[in-house]
Ligand binder design. Structure first.
Ligand code: ATP
Ligand code: BTN
Length: 250
């Protein structure tokens, strides 16, 4: 209730003390929703990451939430959505004084480490169109045990962790709702320039991986108006679609 009162978005908000996964919960309820809904878990015990990985979090140190949003168009219109969400998160964090970078397709980085992850899952809607469940995990404080479990260094924001959690959540919600309305109107093209401004790996040599397989290697040159990665390879410029591929810097 506090979050809804602090937000200008008009989006309904539910907060639960503990759940397995806010994405799983909203997907299970999508058929019953009548409008956008934000579900915030103070503690998430079975967080999902991309490609079947798990997302680790702690109740004091993380924000874990999902936003269910209905789109009238079909799935193809949603390519670029994770990138637009990255731009929305970056815009809001910058307004709060935190500079971040974006890694294609859907990570928010700080000083090269992962600060936030975005997982979008979709479901056909009975009224037509699709429900997108946009799940976001944001690291605020990262206990050493968690970082050890993740097995690599991750970013956190101890300074932002001191901010009132509901105010922070409301600010993020307003940024996301504004971005989603813009995305519905104008598509990813309206976000591409802002994404490219924050591209963390611009000009770096990267490999595109599908599981353990290297699909491409080249110099990362930002994204096009559809959110595809532009890669300059010895054979010329190619475009890469997101799907489940991931990037590594060489
Ligand atoms: P992606 O394909 O999503 O870009 P990746 O394979 O490039 O992921 P990273 O983005 O660097 O890898 O993420 C590191 C791994 O740690 C991922 O598997 C990620 O899901 C996992 N992880 C779990 N919890 C966290 C967390 N709280 N913060 C950062 N990473 C986490
Ligand atoms: C990734 O980078 O792999 C995506 C991580 C997404 C984590 C968030 S936390 C809230 C929501 N619920 C989940 O189970 N996952 C997302």
């Amino acid at each position: 209730a506090a979050i809804a009162a602090l937000s200008q978005s008009g989006v309904a908000v539910e907060v639960v003390e503990e759940t397995g996964s806010t994405n799983a919960d909203l997907l299970a309820r999508a058929a019953t929703l009548s409008g956008p809904l934000l579900l915030v878990a103070r503690q998430q015990t079975a967080g999902r990451g991309r490609a079947g990985r798990s997302w680790l979090s702690s109740s004091e140190g993380s924000l874990t939430f999902s936003l269910a949003w209905h789109f009238a168009g079909g799935l193809p219109r949603l390519t670029g959505l994770p990138l637009a969400i990255g731009v929305a998160l970056a815009d809001t964090l910058e307004r709060l004084g935190v500079q971040v970078g974006l890694k294609w397709p859907n990570d928010v980085l700080r000083d090269g480490d992962k600060l936030a992850g975005i997982l979008i899952e979709t479901q056909a809607a009975s009224q037509g169109g699709v429900w997108a469940v946009i799940g976001i995990g944001l690291n605020l404080l990262m206990p050493d045990e968690l970082e050890a479990q993740i097995g690599r260094s991750v970013a956190s924001l101890p300074w932002l962790a001191r901010m009132d959690r509901d105010e922070l959540m409301a600010a993020l919600l307003d940024g996301l709702a504004g971005a989603l309305r813009e995305f519905e109107r104008a598509g990813f093209a309206a976000f591409a320039a802002r994404w490219n401004l924050r591209h963390a790996w611009q000009g770096e040599t990267v490999t595109v991986l599908d599981g353990g397989t290297v699909l491409h290697e080249g110099s990362a040159a930002g994204v096009d108006d559809a959110g595809r990665l532009l890669l300059d390879t010895p054979e010329g410029r190619i475009t890469v679609l997101a799907g489940d591929v991931s990037l590594r810097v060489k």
